[in-house]
Design a binder for this molecule. Structure first.
Ligand code: ARG
Length: 461
């Protein structure tokens, strides 16, 4: 059933219909369209368009429809209705007859679609918040189990200073905590009801929009009807939340892909999240992680696409805005999948401690310690930095670590060096010394783990 047609003498070209219809993707809004319709039917009683009895009939038919949709959402796709709004109205009329035709009084698909999409976003945000928190939980558990796994930390992908695997995990907990708080922020601005704004100028029926907002679980109702039907800021915000979240996940993936290489060998990924090569029998590829890294692209694309679609759109609703859904659905589905997949990857990860330790001991990661030692003996830092640079060149020439050099050799670079230098050069001391807030010392890491656990238990980001 088309929702319009009175003013048309010719049927739509089939190719135009296919081009114009949105049911094949907006069928996902079915539950929200039904919920919004129930609330609207209640509002229509307050303005005497429907009697209590008529509203009851509509509400119970919509309730049955909701059950049918939940049992089999795909059935919607068999219809040739233009969009989900036409489909719901059509099914309602099939169930209750002419009474169903009263429901659209004072409502437009413009305020309807805005309402449906916001309701849908609110549900998705909850799924994303849960998944973000679960991944943080998994990272905290992995951190807890690997507090003593020392490995090289990198800058410029050059071994820089030793860190622990736990500290690495906690870095991602921080990123995810920010992702979580970004979603919470988005939710606040999103939680405002569009229903009752009509096509663009407001509804002609004296409806209490705040009451309508309450029925739908929104905190308030929007303030300007023109803005309301043309506002898709929440779509842009969610897409940018997703873009940043996916950037974080792609970095997580890249780090682990590197840690899992034969060259690094710091971790071994579980067979459950890797796959083999059709040609090379020895291979075990980190496909789950590569896909997380790769899928970041389509999410950034969706944000760009939506920004470009909205740019320069005149007020109020324009059909361009129908383009908001596919990108949003895909981006949020992708983000959710990747959060869950990242959790699965962590679940079976094995940290190869001896190899991590060995790598941390190589690469002169304790050079800063030697410089700090010289500073403590009164050598100005810039000079100390230069001296240590020379020591490193010599050590590299001998193919040994700093701590393997004899005291005599070390003293040839600076006479202030004594044999109290050796404990300073030990890996553990490099870690222990970084004990200011946020540092890698075992104490700070254990504080960070308990803080994160506390925060996750309380549900705050
Ligand atoms: N399918 C449309 C969308 O997604 C619904 C709103 C249509 N409104 C209209 N005036 N044609 O945006």
């Amino acid at each position: 059933m088309a929702l319009w047609g009175g003013r048309f003498t010719q049927a739509a070209d089939q190719r135009f219909k296919l081009f114009n219809d949105s049911l094949r993707f907006d069928y996902r809004l079915a539950e929200q369209d039904i919920t919004g319709s129930v609330a609207w039917s209640k509002a229509l009683v307050t303005v005497n368009v429907l009697t209590q009895d008529e509203q009851q009939q509509l509400e119970s038919a919509l309730g049955v429809l909701l059950e049918e949709v939940r049992a089999n959402p795909q059935q919607i796709l068999e219809s040739d209705a233009e969009d989900i709004h036409s489909w719901v109205e059509g099914r309602l009329i099939e169930k209750v007859g002419a009474l169903g035709k009263k429901l659209h009084t004072g409502r437009s698909r413009n305020d309807q679609v805005a309402t449906d999409l916001k309701l849908w976003c609110k549900v998705q945000v909850q799924y994303l918040l849960d998944a973000t928190r679960q991944l943080q939980q998994a990272l905290v558990s992995t951190a807890e189990a690997n507090q003593d796994a020392v490995m090289p930390g990198y800058t410029h992908l050059q071994r820089a200073q030793p860190v622990t695997f736990a500290h690495w995990c906690l870095a991602y907990v921080e990123m995810l905590a920010r992702d979580e708080s970004r979603l919470q922020d988005t939710l606040k601005r999103l939680d405002v009801s569009p229903l009752g704004c009509g096509a663009l100028a407001g509804t002609a029926y004296e409806i209490d929009r705040q009451q309508l907002a309450d029925w739908l679980g929104f905190t308030s109702a929007t303030r300007n009807s023109l803005d309301t039907v043309s506002d898709r800021d929440h779509v842009l915000e969610l897409l940018s939340d997703a873009s940043i979240g996916m950037i974080h996940l792609s970095r997580f993936a890249e780090d682990l892909i590197f840690f899992n290489t034969g060259e690094a060998g710091f971790v071994e990924l579980s067979d459950r999240v890797t796959s083999g090569s059709s040609l090379m029998p020895q291979k075990k590829n980190p496909d789950a992680l590569e896909l997380i890294r790769g899928k970041c692209g389509r999410v950034q694309g969706a944000l760009t696409a939506m920004s470009m679609t909205l740019k320069g759109l005149p007020l109020a609703y324009n059909k361009d805005m129908q383009e908001d859904k596919e990108g949003l659905f895909d981006a949020l589905d992708t983000w959710l999948d990747c959060l869950q997949m990242a959790e699965l990857v962590l679940d079976g990860i094995q940290v190869k401690r001896p190899r991590c330790q060995e790598a941390a001991e190589q690469g002169y990661a304790n050079s800063t310690e030697l410089a700090d030692y010289l500073v403590a003996k009164g050598v100005p830092f810039r000079e100390a930095h230069h001296i240590v640079g020379e020591v490193v060149v010599a050590a590299m020439g001998q193919g040994v670590a700093l701590e393997a050099m004899t005291l005599e050799t070390l003293q040839s670079f600076s006479s202030v060096i004594g044999d109290d230098v050796y404990p300073i050069l030990a890996l553990q001391s490099c870690l222990d010394k970084r004990n200011a807030q946020g540092g890698v010392s075992p104490h700070q890491v254990s504080v960070a783990i308990s803080d994160a656990k506390q925060r996750l238990k309380q549900g705050a980001s």
